[in-house]
Design a protein around this ligand. Structure first.
Ligand SMILES: [Zn+2]
Length: 420
């Protein structure tokens, strides 16, 4: 009895699963000169989490051999290892023979293979979004926040927090923002079929009595997206990237500042925080940088120090093992060492310290911003070029001089790759 139910349940599952992932449709079609109806069918599938292009094709009932033919035709044109969940693949068949493959990479790009006289022909179908600009400006209201005021003015929440994140590198909102401060944002909207598919603040102006005035410009780097960000006109990046933690789990055993030393019992200044950890636990670099010392002394034990791009230095003490040496470049979150109990300690832990660019010891827990690169050379020149363009657009939009012709020309050939 139970087994019958189980079987029924399994059959139901198979049926509903295949229904939810594949959609089949049959469209009978009359071809000129054909005596018989040629039956056209299509099948589609959405890439699942963690699935590759090959297995997605197999779910469309292609044989492994057929799937490989398709992959070999596409792989020079599109990075198939970059397949993402929810991307759509559509196959079309004529009398059960596959004749078209469409891979919908995103809203703007579709890769197509068509069988023409026995040969697969590739084409990229590209939709051009319409670019529009919009200025949003206002005054910070009493008991309000900049995010609140921007969204109240109709700015989409993601774009509003992008504005705040860029400004936070320069303005301490808690202490420096006041009702009556002025803000102005130039938004770049990309639209397809009248629908906004992306909103990006490309110019931000904030002016307040306590904060001073800041103007930022969005720069799109053609070769490396890590540089695409909001900048001051002089090329200083406004990237707010929180520090990564040096340990997987952060539990502070002893805080920064004055304390009674656990070994000597004397009152002393603690130049960092002690983090709970066991011998062998991995220690990670909290930001990218260069190892400037790998040392040993009887108090701190085995140590590492990393100099970061903003000239601050992070310190790691009492290590058991080190995996980098002096002069090495390390990436953010790279494993650099193991927790230990070397030096003068009561037990295994990680002492984690931070020096600001003038050498003063600061509380590592309150350090927030670390990677603020400044553009130079060709990048700075390109950024200045883009800044001029943004200023032009701002002028046109602000003075209501925009007509479609001007805008189309301003934004021609612009890279929208950062969208995806
Ligand atoms: Zn310590």
């Amino acid at each position: 009895m139970i087994s019958i139910f189980l079987k029924l349940y399994l059959i139901f599952c198979l049926f509903s699963c295949s229904n939810s992932t594949n959609s089949n449709s049959k469209v009978p079609m009359m071809l000129d000169g054909d005596l018989f109806n040629s039956i056209e069918t299509s099948k589609s599938v959405k890439v699942k989490d963690g699935e590759g292009f090959f297995s997605a094709l197999l779910r469309l009932d292609l044989s492994p051999k057929q799937a490989l033919v398709i992959i070999n035709k596409l792989r020079d044109r599109v990075e198939l290892s970059g397949v993402k969940p929810d991307e759509k693949i559509v196959l079309r068949f004529k009398n059960s023979e596959l004749f078209e493959v469409k891979y919908f990479k995103n809203l703007l790009q579709t890769h197509q293979l068509m069988l023409k006289r026995g040969i697969w022909v590739y084409s990229l179908i590209q939709k051009e979004p319409i670019v529009e600009h919009e200025i949003v400006k206002g005054t910070l209201r009493e008991n309000s926040t900049l995010i609140g005021d921007l969204t109240r003015l109709g700015v989409e929440e993601g774009a509003a927090s992008e504005v705040v994140n860029a400004l936070m590198c320069k303005i301490n909102f808690r202490h420096q923002a006041r009702a009556g401060d002025n803000f102005k944002v130039l938004l770049k909207l990309l639209k397809i079929n009248g629908e906004v598919i992306s909103t990006r603040p490309v110019y931000i102006n904030y002016r307040g009595e306590l904060s001073g005035e800041f103007e930022t410009y969005y720069y799109t780097d053609k070769s490396s997206s890590t540089y695409s960000a909001h900048y001051l006109e002089n090329g200083q990046a406004l990237i707010r990237s929180g520090l990564r933690y040096p340990l997987k789990k952060m539990h502070i055993r002893s805080h920064f500042g004055h304390r009674i030393h656990p070994v000597t019992g004397k009152r002393a200044f603690h130049r960092g925080v002690d983090l709970r950890g066991r011998v062998g636990d991995p220690v990670y670099s909290v930001a990218s940088g260069k190892v400037i010392s790998s040392g040993f002394n009887k108090y701190a034990g085995k140590t590492l120090a990393i100099l970061h791009r903003d000239k601050t230095i992070s310190h790691y003490y009492h290590l058991s093992k080190r995996y980098v040496k002096k002069g090495d470049w390390v990436k953010i979150n790279q494993r650099i060492a193991s927790v230990g109990s070397t030096g003068r300690v009561t037990g295994a832990h990680l002492h984690f310290g931070f020096q600001n660019k003038s050498g003063k010891w600061i509380n590592p827990m309150s350090k927030r911003m670390i990677a603020t690169p400044k553009l130079s050379g060709a990048r700075l020149l390109e950024m200045k070029k883009q800044t001029r363009k943004i200023k032009q657009t701002l002028f046109l939009v602000e003075n209501d001089l925009v007509n479609n012709f001007l805008l189309v020309n301003l934004n021609k050939n612009e890279d929208v790759g950062y969208l995806f």
